[in-house]
Design a binder for this molecule. Structure first.
Ligand code: 6MZ
Length: 344
């Protein structure tokens, strides 16, 4: 089996994907047509072409945050949000993902409340028939500090109602804005209510915040770019991460395309992998970065010389880091079957 086929066919686990950053071009065009038919004025006509960041342009991580408003225009009514959720889950499914923890920030729009936003995604995940197992992580945006209590309350309410769908809470958004300490009490409350926590951590250098985050001991962190001393971190926080064994969600293309990392070969994947820090590959925003989870696995194998047997075991180990514990065995059995069938 060649590498492309292996990466597409092996069952994969996606643990770091933001819904509105994951909209593909074809999904966006469908949403745009749908909104036009409804007669809802939509300004995104011209802008869909701008919903992208590549390694060759001059856009940086901070520019990414203005791009999300393009997708947000298209998911501002419940029906188009449901379509976006459904189409995105099917794209992950077609790419060979067997389980996903999709994440999204509940938003109020002229057409729905925060609660209706959440309800729409949850009901789409629960009512449509998928072969992929969909779960939801509720996002808190660092740029909306006043929403944190309200979103935490919703997360707890929905976790109680649908514990097998709403599995976690996370902190994301522009890392240059806000302080982790502001969000800590709410995240602690969510955790005490049974939600698992993942934090965007070290996307930009900020040793004090990284220390606070690692000491909180989230169930996972995202990115972890600036932790190793060679990448804007220091020996102390690097050792803290290594000892904690907190799994890190790594998004190779996202880091390269936002210029957080100069190239694939300079990505901190290799430091984490060599130090046996638990890692899981993710896409982050597959729409903006024009990627897929199978592409991330292929790039990882090619860049770091990971052989097929080790590559598929990366996917297998991801089962240990998922937030819904009752699905671990089913998923790992599925990946083990693939390993055995293909003598990997
Ligand atoms: C930090 C990110 C992100 O929630 O509207 N988001 N936060 N770093 C990143 N790296 C590139 N990519 C996406 O999806 C879009 C939201 O996800 C967060 C941002 O808050 C963005 O507004 P949802 O579905």
């Amino acid at each position: 089996m060649n590498l492309d086929t292996l990466c597409r066919e092996m069952p994969k686990i996606e643990l770091h994907a933001h819904l509105n950053g994951s909209l593909s071009r074809s999904t966006m065009l469908s949403l745009q047509r749908y909104l036009a038919d409804l007669g809802i004025k939509d300004k995104t006509n011209v802008f869909i072409n701008e919903f992208q960041m590549s390694s060759g342009d001059s856009k940086t991580l901070l520019d990414a945050f203005s791009l999300f408003t393009i997708a947000h225009e298209l998911t501002s009514v419940p029906e188009s949000l449901a379509m976006a959720t459904d189409m995105t889950l099917r794209e992950f499914e077609e790419d060979g993902c067997c389980y996903i923890e999709l994440r999204s920030t509940p938003r109020q729009t002229p057409h729905m409340t925060h609660k209706q936003y959440l309800e729409t995604i949850v009901q789409t995940m629960r009512n449509e028939k998928f072969s992929i197992i969909p779960c939801l992580i509720i996002s808190i945006n660092r740029s909306s500090p006043n929403d944190v209590e309200m979103i935490t309350n919703l997360a707890i309410e929905y976790h109680r109602k649908y514990p097998d769908t709403v599995v976690g809470i996370e902190l994301s958004g522009n890392p240059a804005v806000g302080r982790f300490s502001h969000f800590l009490p709410s995240l602690t409350r969510a955790r005490e209510a049974g939600l698992k926590v993942t934090l965007h951590c070290g996307e930009i250098p900020n040793q004090q915040e990284i220390t606070e985050m690692l000491k909180f001991r989230p169930e996972r962190i995202g990115h972890g770019v600036c932790i190793h001393p060679n990448y804007g971190g220091n020996e102390e926080i690097w050792q803290l991460l290594c000892k904690s064994q907190i799994p890190v969600e790594l998004c190779l293309t996202s880091n390269v395309n936002t210029k957080s990392t100069p190239s694939y070969s300079a990505h901190h994947f290799k430091e984490l992998y060599n130090a046996n820090v638990p890692i899981v590959l993710g896409t982050d925003d597959k729409g903006i970065f024009a990627t897929s989870l199978s592409q991330e696995y292929r790039i990882c194998a090619e860049t770091f010389g990971i052989d097929p047997s080790k590559l598929v075991r990366l996917s297998l180990r991801a089962c240990d880091y998922i937030f819904s514990h009752d699905k671990k065995k089913t998923l790992s059995d599925r990946i083990l079957n693939f390993i055995n069938k293909n003598a990997l």
